[in-house]
Design a protein around this ligand. Structure first.
Ligand SMILES: *[C@@H]1O[C@H](CO)[C@@H](O)[C@H](O)[C@H]1NC(C)=O
Ligand SMILES: *[C@@H]1O[C@H](CO)[C@@H](O)[C@H](O)[C@H]1NC(C)=O
Ligand SMILES: *[C@@H]1O[C@H](CO)[C@@H](O)[C@H](O)[C@H]1NC(C)=O
Length: 465
């Protein structure tokens, strides 16, 4: 008996047509700070599966110069130096975008740069140099929370930048704080922004200052108070008039809180502030989905059917996150409102190793709902995002009678029987193959042939390469 680590390769190779043939875009934001995390939360280029993304967006690599010149300043040289190792990220299949900004005090830097012609020029020059030097396909301006004074300058910046970038066929993306507040219509000129940008990323959550006096959902689809992704998206569609350019931002990380009263665990309960930092990602108030997967058994997990999001608690710790079910619900909105796609924020926070079930469990829910209809998927992801591990027990691999897997606390481990043996599901044991019923009557599929989707996929499909 040996443990199999490669069982999901088959799933990955089935998705290979995504990049070339899709009407939706799937942006994978990569927070390059994940290089500094430990163990399950460590993430480097080897972890990337570019077949699941149409665009890869590098975050935490560059900002505007703090001295106010307008030029770009590299803040993660280590990442750029190591970028040669990104052998599995090919420029032709997955476009690479550099994100600028995204941190708390970046708004002021953007504001100063956009207001001055000389500084804007500096910015354009250093940006174009950067894009060429590092072989990028475009830029994402991550200018969060602009004020009403910035409104016209922001449009002006986009307009000029678009003219310059277009010349070299670079893409222009802009991330916006999409939560509707009094400030939103005063800070954003929706139709003009949508005219100049190639894509607008709707950040429907606050990743800068989320810890108020009460516990709140990070990204509720339907909400009563100030938060409702559905209402925000409808508003942006209405105002911008170009829904295909709008991209829904989906958080893959969890926000954690410390409860004031460990017995009061409903949304809106008083909070003392951010949750304790996790030993691997070591950031207070933050947890990756993989970290959560590694300890799901310890948490009490609930799903709010009204808000369409899960939450969980343990002692005085409370977390808000996304699972397969909540992401499916959000992707339904993407399709219904005819948006251009989704951005996962960020890919390094997903369950890369498949601790909860399938590797990249959350991103695959996105891919399976808006990927091209020609894309093969092995099965529709389960609603809980635990992929192929719906309940505890021993199960035979659907596609290979010699292989089986064990599910325990929603965690899957794959095994293989010795040669000449098949796994007998009734007995829960490996037995000589002659005595085990095994229907290996496969339907073969070769790359280039017409694909299947989750509705017409034969259960006994085999990919022949
Ligand atoms: C950019 O691409 C060119 C041509 O494909 C290659 O020679 C060069 O090494 C690349 N530069 C980086 C930094 O990847
Ligand atoms: C909205 O109110 C209902 C009923 O009071 C509650 O169950 C639900 O959790 C609330 N949703 C949010 C997002 O606050
Ligand atoms: C803690 O919350 C529970 C449940 O809401 C409540 O019954 C209890 O009175 C609260 N305790 C304190 C000290 O507020």
């Amino acid at each position: 008996m040996k443990v199999l680590f490669v069982v999901f390769l088959i799933v990955d190779s089935m998705l290979f047509t995504l990049a070339s043939d899709t009407k939706y875009s799937i942006f994978c934001h990569w927070n390059t700070e994940a290089y500094e995390r430990k163990k399950t939360s460590f993430f480097d280029s080897w972890s990337i599966n570019v077949r699941l993304c149409t665009h890869l967006v590098f975050g935490s690599v560059a900002r505007l110069d703090p001295m106010g010149s307008g030029a770009l300043k590299i803040i993660n040289q280590k990442f750029l130096d190591n970028r040669k190792e990104i052998v599995n990220v090919r420029r032709d299949s997955c476009k690479q975008i550099i994100s600028v900004g995204g941190m708390k005090d970046d708004a002021k830097r953007f504001s100063k740069m956009a207001a001055s012609m000389a500084k804007r020029d500096q910015f354009y020059k250093s940006l174009i140099n950067f894009l060429f030097k590092w072989n990028c396909s475009g830029v994402l301006l991550d200018w969060q929370n602009p004020t009403s004074e910035d409104r016209d300058n922001f449009v002006h910046l986009l307009k000029e930048l678009k003219i310059i970038l277009k010349e070299y066929h670079f893409l222009l993306l802009v991330a916006v704080s999409a939560r509707l507040g009094e400030a939103t219509p005063r800070s954003y000129d929706f139709p003009k922004m949508a005219k100049h940008a190639d894509f607008i990323i709707l950040n429907t959550y606050d990743h800068q200052n989320p810890y108020g006096p009460k516990v709140e959902y990070i990204s509720p689809l339907y909400g009563n108070g100030s938060r409702s992704v559905e209402r925000d998206v409808r508003y942006w569609v209405e105002q911008s008039k170009i829904s295909k350019k709008l991209i829904l931002g989906i958080p893959l990380f969890a926000q954690t809180f410390t409860l004031e009263n460990a017995s009061n665990t409903v949304v809106g309960a008083p909070s003392k502030g951010p949750g304790r930092q996790h030993v691997y990602s070591s950031r207070a108030g933050f947890m990756t989905f993989a970290e959560f997967c590694a300890e799901t058994a310890k948490w009490e997990i609930k799903y709010d059917k009204q808000a369409q999001v899960p939450y969980a608690y343990k002692y005085d710790q409370w977390i808000t996150f996304e699972n397969g079910r909540s992401i499916s619900a959000k992707m339904h909105l993407v399709k219904e409102q005819r948006l251009g796609g989704a951005m996962v924020w960020s890919i390094d926070a997903d369950d890369i190793e498949g601790i909860c079930g399938e590797s990249y469990g959350l991103l695959k829910v996105v891919v399976s709902t808006i990927g091209s209809p020609n894309i093969l998927t092995t099965a529709a992801p389960s609603t809980d995002g635990v992929g192929l591990c719906p309940k505890d027990g021993l199960f035979r691999n659907k596609w290979n009678c010699q292989a089986y897997y064990e599910c325990k606390y929603a965690r899957r481990t794959d095994y293989e029987c010795s040669v000449g043996e098949f796994f007998d599901e009734e007995l829960g044991q490996c037995k000589p193959s002659a005595g085990v019923k095994c229907n290996q009557d496969f339907v073969n599929w070769r790359p280039g042939e017409d694909g299947y989707n989750s509705d017409n996929l034969p259960p006994n499909l085999r990919v022949v390469v």
